[in-house]
Design a binder for this molecule. Structure first.
Ligand code: FE2
Length: 402
């Protein structure tokens, strides 16, 4: 109704007004600024931080926004000399440079860092949604045709990878190498010693367990690489064998469940490095020393490495902690194997899925190698390229909508 549109519009205008700058007060020594907005939001900023982040064209390139100065170009005794607010913009004069810089109120608000410290260990970024077996694959399933030709469909599909760590694509060509075109939707294949892509099917003399008909415990790929491939695409070309369903498990959900059950064990898996290793039949020997659960220095959950086949002898856990470490390692595996964690689906020829290999584990149920066949191709790619493409698509879609 017209009146609800009118109410929404005035509500939006009111919210925008409430987010306007209200006041800015500098400390007596000029080292700190306290900024308030009309909706009650407050944030403090350091003079040196503001000066370093000045948006003027002498400090930052107008073309690519890269910083043009180093910190040594800014006097260490930088203070705020005076400031004024006009048209929702904070204008600051820095001494001793006597430099005038303007900060839009929204920019300050978007970059406020005056947040309370001490987030719980194992926190995850706000754009991440944790899931378990109740998650419906349909939420992250796109069709080949639409993501190739519709920027909004591609944006939504990539956003699913960012949020849930995996996504599925249906209706692609049943053609060897078609997985490379999936990587090209957002970035580039990462070539490895396995080639630009690798075949996953039964072989008579398997060099790697992935190429046999046995079931595979959910795992992350190639933890013996540093850095690991951050994305994997698995593309189905044949799947007439009984079984062989694909399974994915949210490694962040598993890690958080371990943390809730056994905080000490979680701590051990984050604090000590495991060792991972792969010796190929030829001239390949890959090895890494990384934790199974990786946190950033401020406790953000950033990566899971879990792969029973390529875990080497773990030698970086002190003797007194090894028994507890092994108990935690065992429990993490039990959580990963728990059917309550896994989402399963059967890939049809021309279908594929992509996983964030730093977060989501993949595996498969066993399949019979008589009376049918299963042939997948896999390749690696990198998440930074995917996030870059997604970010650009989001900017462009915003412009289009406005
Ligand atoms: Fe794998």
């Amino acid at each position: 109704a017209w009146w609800s549109v009118a109410i929404m519009a005035s509500l939006k205008r009111w919210r925008t007004l409430m987010k306007r700058l209200m006041s800015a007060e500098k400390s007596d020594d000029g080292l700190v600024f306290s900024v308030s907005w009309e909706d009650g939001f407050k944030a403090r900023f350091h003079a040196i931080w503001l000066r370093d982040n000045a948006l003027d064209p002498e400090t930052r390139s107008a073309g690519n926004a890269q910083r043009l100065i180093t910190l040594s170009d800014i006097p260490p005794d930088t203070v705020i000399a005076d400031a004024a607010i006009a048209a929702d913009t904070l204008s600051v004069r820095f001494a001793p440079e006597n430099k005038q810089v303007e900060f839009p109120g929204q920019w300050l608000r978007d970059h406020a860092y005056d947040v309370s410290a001490g987030r719980a260990r194992g926190w995850t970024a706000p754009y991440i949604a944790i899931w378990d077996s109740g998650f419906d694959v349909a939420n992250v399933t796109g069709t080949h045709e639409t993501v190739q030709h519709d920027a909004i469909a591609l944006k939504d599909w990539l956003a699913g990878v960012r949020r849930h760590g995996f996504a599925k694509l249906t209706g692609g060509p049943v053609a060897s190498g078609a997985l490379v075109d999936v990587a090209a939707l957002f970035g580039y294949v990462r070539e490895t010693n396995y080639g630009k892509w690798f075949e996953v099917r039964t072989e008579v003399n398997p060099a790697n367990l992935a190429y046999t008909g046995l079931g595979l415990q959910a795992h992350t790929d190639n933890p013996y690489r540093d850095p690991v491939p951050t994305l994997q695409i698995l593309y189905c070309l044949e799947n007439s064998a009984a079984g062989g369903d694909s399974q994915v498990v949210d490694g962040f959900a598993a890690a958080r469940r371990l943390c809730a059950e056994n905080p000490h064990g979680f701590e051990l898996l984050t604090r000590y490095c495991a060792r991972f290793e792969y010796r190929g039949t030829g001239d390949v020997h890959l090895a890494s020393r990384k934790p199974m659960i990786e946190l950033s220095p401020d406790g953000e959950l950033t990566a899971i490495r879990f792969n029973n086949r390529s875990t080497a002898a773990i030698t970086d856990v002190p003797f007194d902690d090894m028994a507890d470490y092994y108990a935690a390692y065992r429990r993490l595996g039990e959580i990963i194997d728990d059917p309550a964690m896994a989402v399963g689906f059967k890939l049809e020829p021309g279908e594929c899925f992509i996983v964030d290999n730093t977060r989501v584990l993949h595996g498969r149920t066993g399949y019979a190698d008589s009376g049918g066949s299963r042939w997948l191709q896999g390749c690696y790619a990198d998440r930074d390229g995917l996030l870059s493409t997604l970010s650009v698509l989001e900017d462009n879609t915003l412009v289009n909508v406005a």
